[in-house]
Design a protein around this ligand. Structure first.
Ligand code: ZN
Ligand code: ZN
Length: 132
C-alpha cells in the first residue's frame, strides 16, 4: 500500500472511530474531504469495509442504509423514528442468548445486535414542550 492510500485510510478511520459514533459513508466522506478534498466515495466505502472486516468498526443496516459504528464492542442501539438518529443504549450484552441460539440451531454465533425502535430523549423533550 502506498503512502497516499495509507494517509487516506487514516483520515477515514479517524472520521468513523470512537464510542457513540454512527456514520453513513456519505457522512464519513464529508468529514474526510475537509482534510483531503480529493477523496472519493469509492475509497471511503472500500476503507470502511476493510475496517469492518478487521473488526475495528461495526457495520449495521438501518432502513436499508449502511451505518458504520466506531465502537467495535457488541452493544445495543435505539433507532429514533422521530429524528432518524442511531444511538447506543445502556444495557448488558446478553451472552446467554448467543449460547441458547447456537445450541438450538446447531450453529456458531459470533455476536448479535439488538435494534430498538423508539423515540430518543431529545425528541421526547421536544414533544413534551409542544404538549404543555
Ligand atoms: Zn430523536
Ligand atoms: Zn453504536
Amino acid at each position: 500500500m502506498n503512502r497516499r492510500n495509507t494517509h487516506q485510510k487514516q483520515i477515514i478511520a479517524a472520521a468513523v472511530k470512537g464510542q457513540g459514533v454512527h456514520r453513513t459513508a456519505e457522512e464519513v466522506l464529508a468529514i474526510a474531504r475537509q482534510e483531503e478534498p480529493g477523496i472519493g466515495l469509492a475509497t471511503v466505502y472500500r476503507n470502511l469495509n476493510l475496517l469492518a472486516e478487521a473488526g475495528e468498526v461495526q457495520k449495521f443496516n438501518v432502513n436499508g442504509t449502511a451505518v458504520y459504528d466506531g465502537n467495535p464492542e457488541p452493544h445495543d442501539h435505539l433507532y429514533c423514528t422521530c429524528c432518524g438518529r442511531l444511538q447506543d443504549v445502556a444495557g448488558n450484552y446478553d451472552d446467554a442468548m448467543d449460547h441458547e441460539t447456537a445450541r438450538r440451531n446447531h450453529v456458531r454465533i459470533l455476536r448479535h445486535s439488538v435494534l430498538y425502535e423508539g423515540i430518543c430523549e431529545e425528541c421526547l423533550k421536544k414533544e413534551e414542550m409542544t404538549w404543555n
